[in-house]
Every structure is written in structure tokens, then in C-alpha cells.
Ligand binder design. Structure first.
Ligand SMILES: Cc1ncc(C[n+]2csc(CCOP(=O)(O)OP(=O)(O)O)c2C)c(N)n1
Ligand SMILES: [Mg+2]
Length: 326
């Protein structure tokens, strides 16, 4: 583990920049849907920004990421360009998948973003496949599988952990435990006291970490990445966090515990980290405000770029689709 004090200023600020980008991008996404500028299914990650921001600060561009429908934060942290993101979620030709994937099926191999999946639990076996490829190619890349607490009850989770352990695959299984799977609370659907305990069944390290604390998250990720890169095998990280909104945009979230939700929003990890950086003298208010203003401009540019980009033509209907048509 890296003691907090050893995290240099540059890394602390870089993690903050990513967190601020993710927060602003989520807020803008909900605004464009609300105002009808873009129509899309949207799974807000607000509240969960720390996890990919701190984790990706330990990754290389050529490391692999497999994520889920609630994963735009993961992809932005891994380096997905804003213009390509916004054009894709708006269904335009300049998007990562020429507008044919939409917000739930983004890919961007140039930054190692290999798949976004809506099939709960399927990020894990795909990350194993990528991990196996790296192992065979001896390219010391690390593969990260992002998934939720609910996904840890799917068979593919258990099969993937077992296979990765047996073959010592360079995979990090990152569970973003936001306490809900769709509309069901963790305790109602999950037998394990904590998901990290499930690592014991596969004789791999399993760690529950405060996924809202950038320094703790950075340290846990550093250890897991180092282990994977050194050929020592997989790690399961259970990152404790909270989903600020309902499962999907438009969900009235009446099933969420109101007091608990209010408390989580009150303790917003973004605001807390920002205040910490100021009080520790890592940055000044002017510096952080400048970072935030630049981010807003970058998002303005990306939204305008996306809306000016054309929709794909009919000739794109069958192009790039797996399986040849006669
Ligand atoms: C195999 C499969 N089963 C069920 C669903 C329906 N479903 C979509 S999201 C979801 C909840 C998953 O919760 P969790 O893994 O905690 O992820 P979160 O949405 O909280 O990030 C379910 C059950 C699905 N998409 N795929
Ligand atoms: Mg969940």
C-alpha cells in the first residue's frame, strides 16, 4: 500500500481533474436528456467517480478495460475523447462506433476500451480473454473488468475468478458496490457479508476498499495492478460507493432509502476531495476553478460537435455487423 503522504501533487491533481470531468459530464448528460437535445438510455454513475479516476491513474493507455452500461465514467477516466463519446451517444457517424453502438455499447480500442456490455456479468469473461491474450503475447498489459454488486451473483463472476486464478491471468476484477442492483438492495439479493470475501473461494486476494476515497482507492489499485503486471495473477477489489440517482434516467428511485441517499449526497466524494486539496494546500481555489471551467468548455465543444455530426446512412445498417449477409 502507498501511504497517503507519498502520493505526489501531480497525481493528486490529475485524479481531481478526472473526477471533475466525470461529475461535469454526468450533469451535462442528464441536462441534455431533460431538455430533449439527445434521447438515450442513461445510467448515471454520479457518486461513483472516485473508482475509475484513482484506478486509471495506475493504468497505461494499452491496458484493457471492459465495462458496463453504467460505465461512461470508467471510459472517460481511461481516456475516451469527449467528442467521440458524445457523437456516439447522440447516434452520429463521428462516434466511437459510427453511431451504431450508442451509450450502452461504446468501444475505443486506441485507449484499450474494448467493450461496454449490457449483459450483467459479461465484462468478466471478456476481460479474462484479453488477459489470456496478454499472457500469451507476453506484453504485460493489465485487463480491468468493471461490474456491479449485483453482477457478483451471476455464474460468470465465479467462473471468471476461478479461471483467472488457475491461469494466473493479469486481470483486476473491480466491483463497484453502489448498494443496489437495478431496484433491489444489496442485502435482499446477495448472501455474502462482503463481496471481497468471495475471493477466498478462489484463493486470490480480495480487498474491500473505500471507493469514495481517492487515496485509498489509488493505493489498492496500485497493488492490484503491480501484482497483475508482475504475472502474479488476479485481484478482486470491492469498492464501496453509492449511486446518487435511480438505476436509469427517469426512474423515480422511490425504492431507495431517502435518509441514506441524502447522507451519501451530503458526503459527495467530489466535494470532499476538492476541499481536502484546498485545505492541504495542494491547489488553490483559482487553480481548481480554472480546471473546472476548461472542462465545461470541452464538454460544450463535444456536445456541439456531436449535434453537428450526421446520422449514419442506410448503407451503414449491415456494415461492421458480425456475420456476412449473402
Ligand atoms: C444477464 C442479465 N440479467 C439481468 C439483466 C437486467 N439488469 C440490468 S442492470 C441490472 C442490475 C445490475 O446491478 P449491478 O450489477 O449492481 O450494477 P449497477 O447497475 O448497480 O451498476 C439487471 C439485473 C441484464 N441486463 N443482464
Ligand atoms: Mg449495483
Amino acid at each position: 500500500m502507498v501511504p497517503e503522504t507519498q502520493l505526489d501533487t501531480k497525481t493528486q491533481l490529475s485524479i481531481y481533474r478526472t473526477m471533475a470531468l466525470l461529475k461535469a459530464n454526468d450533469e451535462r448528460s442528464r441536462l441534455v436528456i431533460k431538455t430533449g437535445r439527445i434521447v438515450m438510455p442513461y445510467y448515471s454513475y454520479r457518486g461513483q467517480e472516485v473508482i475509475p479516476s484513482a484506478l486509471c491513474a495506475n493504468l497505461r493507455d494499452d491496458d484493457y478495460l471492459c465495462t458496463i452500461y453504467r460505465g461512461i465514467h470508467d471510459m472517460l477516466a481511461k481516456g475516451l475523447p469527449l467528442r467521440a463519446l458524445w457523437a456516439e451517444i447522440a447516434g452520429r457517424v463521428d462516434g466511437t462506433c459510427k453511431g451504431k453502438g450508442g451509450p450502452m455499447h461504446l468501444t475505443y480500442p486506441a485507449k484499450g476500451i474494448m467493450v461496454t456490455t449490457g449483459i450483467v456479468g459479461s465484462s468478466m469473461p471478456i476481460a479474462n480473454g484479453l488477459g489470456w491474450a496478454s499472457q500469451l503475447a507476453k506484453d504485460d498489459r493489465v485487463s480491468v473488468a468493471m461490474f456491479g454488486d449485483g453482477a457478483s451473483n451471476i455464474g460468470a463472476f465465479h467462473e471468471s475468478l476461478n479461471m483467472a486464478a488457475v491461469w494466473k491471468l493479469p486481470v483486476i476484477f473491480v466491483c463497484q458496490n453502489n448498494r443496489y442492483g437495478e431496484h433491489t438492495r444489496y442485502e435482499r439479493a446477495t448472501s455474502a457479508r462482503q463481496i471481497a470475501d468471495r475471493a477466498v473461494g478462489y484463493s486470490i486476494p480480495g480487498l474491500r476498499v473505500d471507493g469514495n476515497d481517492p487515496l485509498a482507492m489509488y493505493a489498492a489499485a496500485k497493488t492490484a495492478v503491480g501484482r497483475a503486471r508482475a504475472g502474479e495473477g488476479p485481484t478482486l477489489l470491492e469498492c464501496m460507493t453509492y449511486r446518487f440517482h435511480g438505476h436509469v434516467y427517469g426512474d423515480n428511485d422511490s425504492y431507495m432509502d431517502k435518509a441514506e441517499k441524502a447522507e451519501a449526497i451530503q458526503a459527495d466524494p467530489h466535494n470532499r476531495y476538492r476541499a481536502q486539496l484546498l485545505s492541504a494546500g495542494v491547489a488553490t481555489e483559482t487553480q481548481l476553478a480554472e480546471v473546472e471551467a476548461i472542462i465545461e468548455k470541452e464538454i460544450d465543444d463535444a456536445v456541439n460537435f456531436a449535434l453537428a455530426s450526421p446520422f449514419p446512412g442506410m448503407e451503414e445498417m449491415t456494415r461492421d455487423v458480425y456475420g456476412a449477409l449473402a
